[in-house]
Design a protein around this ligand. Structure first.
Ligand code: FES
Length: 142
């Protein structure tokens, strides 16, 4: 996992180069957010020709999702096998029952930018505190 800094005042942060993430694979990064003491762990994922960003923390226990397998728009937690839909952050099978926050993604100049502003995150336990209208949660490469 690498720690990166970006335009923290807007919440939009360069997470990695697009080439850093293989198709149907994930990369864990830590991104600084204004007002937060700790960096936000983010899992950047490529699947089905799209790029997603989901919090790099399983909602069942505190393990990194970026260490799991990616397939068909889902990431599987390596510890107990719950799968999470990368579009919504919702689990598609047990034992996890709570969603994981997802973040808007844009691709510019071969780089992946993630908006880690909590006001724009969706899903996860903090969902009730977040606005739910925001830009696309994934960036298409097609
Ligand atoms: S820690 Fe992820 S499913 Fe249990």
């Amino acid at each position: 996992m690498s720690r990166l800094e970006g335009d923290v005042s807007s919440g939009r942060v360069r997470a990695c180069a697009l080439d850093d993430v293989a198709e149907e694979a994930a990369l864990g990064v830590e991104l600084d957010v204004e007002g937060e003491d700790e960096p936000t762990p983010v899992c950047v994922v490529r699947s089905g020709g799209r790029v997603f960003a989901i919090r790099d923390e399983c909602s069942h226990q505190d393990v990194r999702l970026s260490d799991g397998d990616v397939e068909d728009g889902k990431i599987e937690c390596w510890l107990h096998g719950s799968q999470f839909d990368l579009e919504s952050g919702k689990p598609t099978c047990l034992p996890a029952t709570d969603p994981v926050p997802i973040y808007p993604v844009t691709i510019e100049g071969g780089d992946v930018y993630v908006d880690v502003n909590p006001d724009k995150a969706a899903g996860g336990a903090k969902e009730e505190h977040f606005r739910t209208s925001f830009g696309p949660a994934a960036a298409s490469l097609k």
